[in-house]
Design a protein around this ligand. Sequence first.
Ligand code: FAD
Ligand code: NAD
Length: 474
Amino acid sequence: PGTQLPYDPEKKTIVILGSGWGATSLLKTLDTSEYNVVMISPKNYFLFTPLLPSVAVGTLSPKAILQPTRYLARHKARAVTVIEAEAKEIDPFNKTVTFEDDTEIKGEVSHTTISYDYLVHAVGAEVQTFGIPGVQEKACFMKELSDAEIMQRRFKDCIESAAFPGQDNTEIDRLLHIVIVGGGPTGIEVSGEIHDFLEDDLKAWYPELAGRIRISLVEALPSVLPMFSKQLIEYTESTFKESKIEILTKTMVKEVKDRSVVLQMPDKSIQEVPCGMVVWAGGNKGRKITQDLMAQYPNVQTNRRGLTVDDQLRLAGADGSIFAIGDCTSTSYAPTAQVASQQGAYLARVFAQMAKKNTLQARLNQLEQSEAAVTDTAEKANRKPEIETTRKLIANVKVRPFHYSHQGSLAYIGSDKAIADLPFANGNIASAGVATFLFWRSAYLSTLFSLRNRTLVANDWIITKIFGRDLSRD
Ligand code: FAD
Ligand code: NAD
């Protein structure tokens, strides 16, 4: 496996943009024997996002939730070309992609263009800041691995600065006030993880400071976690209350400053609240490459939430050669890993069907040509049945529309508790608490793409349980 040359001029070329949930699931399921496959992403790994908040407080090490794309690619039937680069431009009319090595070290060539027969646009989304002043420059995000590492460093810095001799009481309280913006699952999970770090480790190591750490969660809407059922929202709110995490709903962040956050309170008054750091989890927005692609189809691609696709995930307005999956699309589904990975696996089946159809079509062309060359009528008649059968086989190769199967929503809320909305035959079952937390852990452990990652994650959980989280700041 993986020893043949990646490029075969006889085969069609699929270019996949991204190495996240959608792209990785596609690559995992795709039969590469029928195609030249090129995967382009600025990250040469897959990031298991559900456990990113655990990395942000050091429960897990970064390596545990990363899987190098080449690990997956090398096990495919034909070699897959993996390129660490950022796609900069898609020309859907000439069917080319231009990409660039944006890293620190570049070779003589760091910018090039290749052709595709099929393009899979799976570049995800970036953090939505709504252009609110200070967010981009001063807040930490929770989207990429580097965000989790930055958050960890800043959080530990806040504590060490608060411990600095002679620090004034008001300044200690400011440094130890952590503001999390966004009551979606990301904001909730980050709050829960910070709380665990505080309870399990910081209380022992910084006994004089730990009790003064404040966590505030700010949400513009009337409630947190709108995608979960009412009883789970209430459960989360009461768990946060016990954990002394303050939830401020109907409160909107208007500005992030160096030492404070400006809030518009429910009564529309403006308050400037001192804080040591702000974690921004305000949702998603389309990347530039996605917006540029939309701009190529101004009459069709008008949904500001992302790319419009048909029920076979083909880009609306394009000629059928571009597919889009995951967070870069705007569909009736939530932008989740579950959706992106099911779409990736579905596309792999679509490509398998298309390959089957191409093979049959080539056979049909051959049969028709040789039949045309025959002059003897009896011989012509002899060949007809096979031609008819092949035509029927081609007509039977159908591509079914994408169908999403919701496996439930799960979120960790801290204090060894999780919440779950699980679909059953007669509706949803809502479950919460410590048993749900164990379910959450086992569900994510089994969802991790490789045994290597499962081992690393399980190992880190055990190490954290025995020795606690690391306090050193690099
Ligand atoms: P991504 O996984 O974001 O992948 C996009 C890929 O494209 C990345 O590899 C990126 O490097 C690459 N890329 C970016 N720009 C370019 C470019 N110009 N050219 C080429 N490649 C590019 N969902 C759940 O269902 N369950 C959860 O528990 C869950 N937890 C989450 C926790 C956190 C902290 C976060 C942030 C998200 C969570 N999600 C969860 C949502 C989930 O991560 C996303 O819905 C999912 O990642 C979407 O998959 P995707 O393939 O569309 O995008
Ligand atoms: P989100 O869009 O779900 O939530 C963002 C929240 O931020 C919104 O509720 C919004 O009202 C709030 N907000 C935005 N601007 C604000 C402001 N100025 N002031 C106050 N509040 C503001 O974003 P997310 O939590 O990052 O989730 C993104 C996607 O990833 C969702 O589809 C989510 O389901 C998925 N996800 C799932 C899980 C899970 O299943 N456990 C975990 C993380 C993310």
